[in-house]
Design a protein around this ligand. Sequence first.
Ligand code: 5MM
Length: 336
Amino acid sequence: MSELNKIALKILSSGKGILAADESNGTMTKRLDSVNVPSNPENRLLFRETLFSANGMKDFIGGVILYDETINQISNSKKTIPELISTTGAVPGIKVDTGAKVLAGSTEEKITEGLDGLRERLKLYYKLGARFTKWRGVYNISDKYPSKLSLHSNAHALARYSALVQECGMVPIVEPEVLMDGSHSAEACLKKTSEVINKCFEELIIHKIDLTGIILKPNMILPGTTSNKKIPSDEIAKLTLKCLKENVPSDVPGIAFLSGGQTEIEATENLNLINKYNDTNFIMTYSYGRALQQSALKFWSKDIKNIKGTQKVFDHRANMCSLATQGKWSAELETK
Ligand code: 5MM
């Protein structure tokens, strides 16, 4: 078993998943604005530190994805943030892309940037304690999108990023996100997501990536947010499994889904059914941002000094997600 494979399994195994707390300052400001809390480095740290020191970290969180600001901050207890995370048993990770920019040649689409100087940045993050990283490619979906150009250039960037990360002894999370925006059907999402994932693995293989030492972070197969063809969770789970079975090489140890704008309950219920029907060897877990943090953020905003209360809300959410990785979640447990 390679070192990278060991790290990936430590993050994903035993009913654990990933807390995606890597919102850039722009996104975090939107989140804090929505609950009327001023967005400054102190408040961003306070909220995040509240989650990272919650009891639930130990049992339900195998890895935390940080943003550059946070990985450089010092916690209340005078530990660095990676130290604080490591004491819970979770692995510290870091978002290393510098964001999605307009794609020259297809200006309605985006290409993720951040490859320049990446090798040097990775060494610094490793020294700070990071053992895994994240890079997110973003894909629009419609009749004509994602274009061939977007498919090719984003997959190429994800593969070049992965090669540098593995060279530096860290596990790359490969996150190709087909957005939920649009009126497309779930079948269209299945077709386009399959193309996206397929192209990613084509490039990862060309770049000689050790597939046992990556984590795939895909979207689930869902109808678009304005589609009038909603489908039951059951079907979402089956289509998602079909997509992954057909397009992900079996060497990949695990899949950690993004929530992508689903509600906390939707993201939990869908993951639960995916695990109930999972007839693959892939570990299927979560790498949720909003679907792990929304309720906690709302609760915290009412009194940002109520650390224990906020942690209780977060622990509950993380516990529900963890049960979903074992197919043991049910709606009744939400109110217990
Ligand atoms: C945590 O949110 C990340 C967004 O960062 P930006 O500020 O750069 O947009 C995002 O990449 C996230 O890790 C994934 O999309 C999963 O988050 P959700 O909320 O979709 O589960």
